[in-house]
Design a protein around this ligand. Structure first.
Ligand code: F6R
Length: 588
């Protein structure tokens, strides 16, 4: 949450920052702002709303100077209004700070500072401005003042700071929130995501926890937390910005749903040796715990069924935000598998750190190259499916599943056979998809306020994911449950016309799920059956291709993603910018 871009170079900086910031809109769209330095003075504009709206209203790109820093906000502390928009300032408006993260002890800090300093906003960030102010007043350089200020903070932060007192530089530091430096021949970027500046440079340096970078026109200088200069190696990021454009689709989400066959093929291109070694450690670990949040957690759920079914290996799934409450049973013989598209979800990072502190090995499955999670894991597998910009996860879900299918086959000693089969599935996942029919169904269902999703076995995670997609982008209440659980209470909520999506392919779950479908039908529910075979009990049939039964989850998800997408569209909602959700959730 929150996106940051800073740029220093020999050209007007504001247009460069604006262009980069627009690419980070997925990180927050509550407010936007920019600060620049010109002739030793600070200039800034900010307001509530999406970056494009704030630009239209305030022409951020007209801020003068060759140094600028911008911010898009996903609100945590304080309302999503102009006052709380970033940048924030010290009392004399000589120091400007933008921040991604949460300062946990800001109330204590604020109480200590409030007598001496004038606070203009409600946000936690502002305490940092005043702390830097105090240290600079006492004679510290901007770099030293920032290092001293962060020494007083508890929480997570990516901080980018400029000051009219030292007007020729941008200074940045981070802890548990990403910051990446881009090097472009005398021009320098610092941003929350390299994607924002990849059209200018692929050469990057990842800032590690506690490190600070000072960007001047003479170069990027790195300091450790003690303020000593350190050398850091740059690396190349292979992603191309073009991969993250809409390519003619109205929304990123639709583009990303439809490119899944290709994404799946890319995910299958993996280092076989790495997969085998990963599988070997899974096999040998006394306990395996899979941890993740949201959509990635649904992958964990399916993975646990898959490992059990194909390899007889029992694993626990622990929601990352609950991980700390299970830490007592994590030990050196535990293998923790963390799944995260962004590789920066705060709950996942926190869980992994706790697991490592207990001596556990940590493997990760990640999409964003070089992300924080990669750097704190013992091993990582990348999805290789390209950037996912739509806030609702779609192709990353499928590709995470693909990695677990590969691992499950590797556990059986049948990796090659598995890959061949999965390549065949990739050719079939779009088969029988009738988008027009889904659109029609969405129009018919758009005024319903409650949906239920049900399935058994491997398909349960698909039902859960279908429900989450619907909730997050259409704002319709949706609940998923194991089909057999319905009779333990939830049936009470089924009334005439209540939509129930049943994932019911012709696999080992078929007959039992169908029985549960009958129970729904008997209470007047409107049954949407997702299956390779039609059945008279369905009010609407979503046809999926016939498969070897373990692969049904891979072909059942796409129509559910599309259904959610069309329902959001039918209700006039923007699926790329769902309310109260950001692409990377860097707060706990
Ligand atoms: C849902 C969604 C979120 C994420 C969750 C974890 O569509 O996008 O639920 O799945 O925030 O994110 P990652 O996978 O980046 O850790």
């Amino acid at each position: 949450m929150c996106g940051i871009v800073g740029f220093i170079g020999d050209e007007p900086a504001a247009p460069v920052v604006l262009k980069a910031l627009i690419k980070l809109e997925y990180r927050g769209y509550d407010s936007a702002g920019m600060v620049s330095i010109c002739d030793g003075k600070i200039h800034f504009r900010k307001d509530a709303g999406k970056i494009t709206d704030v630009q239209r209203k305030h022409r951020l790109d007209r801020l003068p100077g060759k140094i600028a820093v911008g911010h898009v906000r996903w609100a945590t502390h304080g309302r999503a209004d102009r006052i709380n928009a970033h940048p924030h300032f010290d009392c004399k408006k000589q120091i400007a700070v933008v921040h991604n993260g949460i300062i946990e002890n800001y109330q204590e800090l604020r109480a200590a500072l409030v007598g001496k300093h004038r606070f203009a906003s409600e946000v936690d960030t502002e305490v940092i401005c005043h702390l830097i102010e105090d240290y600079m007043e006492a004679g510290a350089s901007l770099e030293k003042a920032l290092l001293k200020a962060v020494g007083e903070l508890r929480g997570s932060y990516a901080l980018v700071v400029v000051s009219s007192r030292e007007p020729e530089k941008i200074v940045a530091t981070s802890k548990d929130s990403p910051l990446i430096v881009g090097l472009d021949d005398g021009k320098y970027f610092v941003a929350s995501d390299a994607l924002s500046f990849l059209d200018r440079t692929n050469e990057v340096v990842f800032l590690e926890e506690g490190e600070l970078v000072s960007l001047t026109r003479d170069g990027a200088f790195f300091l450790n937390r003690e303020g000593e200069e350190i050398r850091k190696k740059s690396q190349r990021v292979d992603w191309q910005w073009e991969e993250a454009s809409k390519k003619g689709y109205d929304f990123f989400m639709l583009k990303e749903i439809l490119e899944q066959p290709e994404a799946m093929r890319r995910a299958l291109i993996q280092d076989r040796k790495l997969i085998m070694e990963f599988a070997k450690e899974i096999w040998e670990a006394r306990r395996v715990v899979i941890t993740a949040c949201g959509t990635s957690r649904h992958v964990a759920l399916l993975a646990s069924y898959l490992f059990s079914r194909l390899a007889g290996k029992l694993c626990d799934v622990v929601t990352a935000s609950e991980f700390q409450y299970f830490c007592d049973s994590i030990a050196e013989d535990t293998l923790v598998i963390a799944i995260s598209q962004s590789g920066e979800t705060a709950d996942v990072i926190e869980g992994v750190k706790r697991a490592k502190a207990k001596g556990a090995r940590v493997f990760s499955i990640i999409n964003v190259v070089g992300s924080l999670l990669t750097r704190i894991s013992d091993r990582a597998i990348y999805l290789n499916c390209g950037p996912e910009i739509g806030v609702a996860a779609t192709k990353s879900f499928l590709c995470q599943l693909v990695i677990f299918y590969m691992l499950a086959f590797a556990l059986m000693g049948k990796l090659e056979e598995g890959i061949e089969k999965l390549e065949q599935v990739a050719r079939q996942i779009g088969d029988n998809l009738n988008d027009e029919k889904l659109k029609k169904l969405a129009r018919r269902m758009k005024n319903k306020n409650n949906f239920y999703y049900m399935a058994r076995g491997l398909n349960l995670a698909i039902a859960a994911e279908g429900a989450l997609k619907l909730k997050e982008i259409s704002y319709i209440h949706a609940e998923c449950m194991p089909a057999g659980e319905l009779k333990h209470g939830t049936l009470a909520l089924i009334e005439e016309g209540t939509p129930v999506v049943a994932i019911c392919p012709k696999d080992d779950t078929f007959y039992e799920t169908l029985n549960n479908v009958m129970e729904i039908k008997a209470r007047g529910g409107f049954v949407i059956g997702v299956s390779d075979e039609n059945n008279e009990v369905y009010d609407h049939w979503i046809k999926i291709p016939k498969m070897e039964e373990i692969f049904y989850p891979l072909v059942a998800i796409m129509p559910l993603q599309l259904l959610a997408y069309h329902l959001a569209a039918a209700r006039g909602k923007d699926p790329d910018r769902p309310r109260h959700l950001a692409k990377s959730v860097t707060v706990k």
